[in-house]
Design a protein. Structure first.
Length: 432
């Protein structure tokens, strides 16, 4: 009975591993956390009991039933969260790498301690290492969540998983074939040193991944903010010129009115007409800077893309009702709107006839921010697995994955669809 209990408790170390997989991306679960976590915990307890019983009855290596379990566990994990599969795979394989340290440590303990209490020490070491790594993850959970939410460079996630795979494979390879070899000379100390080096290497890679992602994100945000400030400066310059011109015209109006009165009194109708025509032409040349909504950032980027569309013979109509103070940052708001309008203008460019883009943004009664853009397009839109393939010629696909990431981060909803000649972008961002 003690052996069966040991087998069950040994497999129950899967539980902290499961929490390590889930916690960084818990907000993206397709099930509510209050449902997912208890259901997951109960399921793992049952599975640990089953695996422990199988190992006890068949007297086999614990890794055999464990690896058999990992296959369906990975499949279920991939379907349970609305996160890119490359990110999920990295989290999953990284957790395996972390817990391979605990597995190898149990072999070291078993090789060194030759007494009836070695089983107890094995469990203590495995659970101690597992809980230690889980505690470290909880401490740095904010940074890990930021990393998975903001690092959306596909190339990074396609290759970075190789690091935890190498660490896991190395730890498996280091499982001793003969315990007697561990007790020869300084072999045990070398094992410990190599394991510490592997652990430090893995941690350094994670820190570098976070630092690189932070630097790239900060650079992109700085560029976006600089562009936004440029747009706002252009709007301010237009406003200043408008105010200066209207002030000058108000000042000149007194003299124009007196001249007009004199011409009227003298019956010089043609000169009066010419005077009024010239003054009217000056008024027509003046146009107030564009105003679309109270939100200065959204107002500036909208004015920019309307100007861009106009130079390409495209009509871009904006109907906006967005206040200055909203929860989403100016950077994220302009990233969303900029990507969508850039795609829309690119897709509508060169169409025969009048091309018109409609841009709507409004605050719903419940406080949510609703954004919608419809634009015409020509040619074929390439789509694979619900994602649009980047193509600047067609206009769509560029930046939409970045939009999806920002929307997910803000607990929002986005939908991109198209019919025979119109592409629709719909986004809802929660403000509560």
């Amino acid at each position: 009975m003690n052996e069966l209990l040991f087998c069950i408790l040994d497999f129950l170390a899967i539980l902290p591993a499961a929490f390590m997989c889930v916690l960084p991306i818990l907000k993206y679960s397709k099930l509510k956390p209050r449902v997912l976590l208890p259901f997951m915990s109960a399921g793992i307890i049952v599975i640990a009991a089953v695996l422990g019983f199988v190992r006890y009855r068949l007297v086999i290596d614990a890794n055999i039933p464990l690896f058999i379990f990992l296959v369906p566990a990975a499949i279920l994990y991939f379907f349970a969260f609305d996160v890119k599969k490359t990110k999920l795979w990295f989290i999953f394989i990284s957790t395996m790498a972390v817990f391979s340290f605990g597995g190898l440590a149990t072999y070291m303990v078993e090789a060194q301690i030759r007494s009836g209490s070695e089983r107890l020490f094995e469990l203590a070491v495995k659970w101690g290492i597992s809980l230690l790594f889980l505690a470290v993850e909880i401490i740095f959970l904010k940074q890990l969540r930021w990393l998975f939410e903001n690092n959306n460079i596909n190339t990074v996630w396609r290759f970075i998983w190789a690091v935890p795979v190498i660490v896991t494979a190395a730890n498996i390879y280091m499982i001793p074939q003969n315990y007697a070899n561990i007790r020869v000379g300084r072999v045990f100390q070398m094992y410990v040193m190599v394991e510490v080096m592997f652990a430090v290497f893995f941690i350094v890679v994670l820190i570098m991944l976070y630092r690189i992602a932070k630097a790239i994100t900060d650079k992109a945000e700085s560029e976006q903010n600089a562009q936004l400030l440029g747009m706002q400066a252009a709007q301010y310059d237009k406003l200043k010129k408008y105010l200066d011109s209207t002030a000058r015209m108000r000042h000149d109006f007194i003299y124009m009115a007196k001249t007009a009165q004199t011409l009227a009194d003298n019956g010089e109708t043609e000169k009066l007409k010419n005077l009024l025509y010239e003054y009217g032409a000056q008024i027509n040349e003046l146009s107030a800077p564009a105003y679309y909504c109270e939100n200065t950032a959204l107002n500036a980027i909208t004015a920019y893309y309307i100007s861009e569309a106009c130079t390409k013979g495209i009509k871009l109509t904006a109907k906006l009702n967005v206040p200055q103070n909203i929860i989403i940052s100016d950077y994220e708001l302009c990233s969303i709107v900029g990507n969508i309008l850039d795609n829309a203008v690119s897709a509508a460019q060169g169409l025969n006839g009048d091309a018109e883009i409609l841009f709507v943004a409004d605050i719903k009664p419940n406080g949510d921010l609703y954004i919608a853009v419809s634009n015409p397009y020509s040619g074929t839109i390439k789509e694979k697995n619900g994602k649009f393939i980047s193509t600047k010629t067609g206009g769509h696909g560029i930046g939409l994955e970045s939009v999806r990431a920002i929307v997910r981060k803000n607990n929002g909803y986005c939908n991109f669809r198209y019919d025979g000649n119109t592409f629709y972008s719909e986004i809802m961002l929660r403000q509560n």
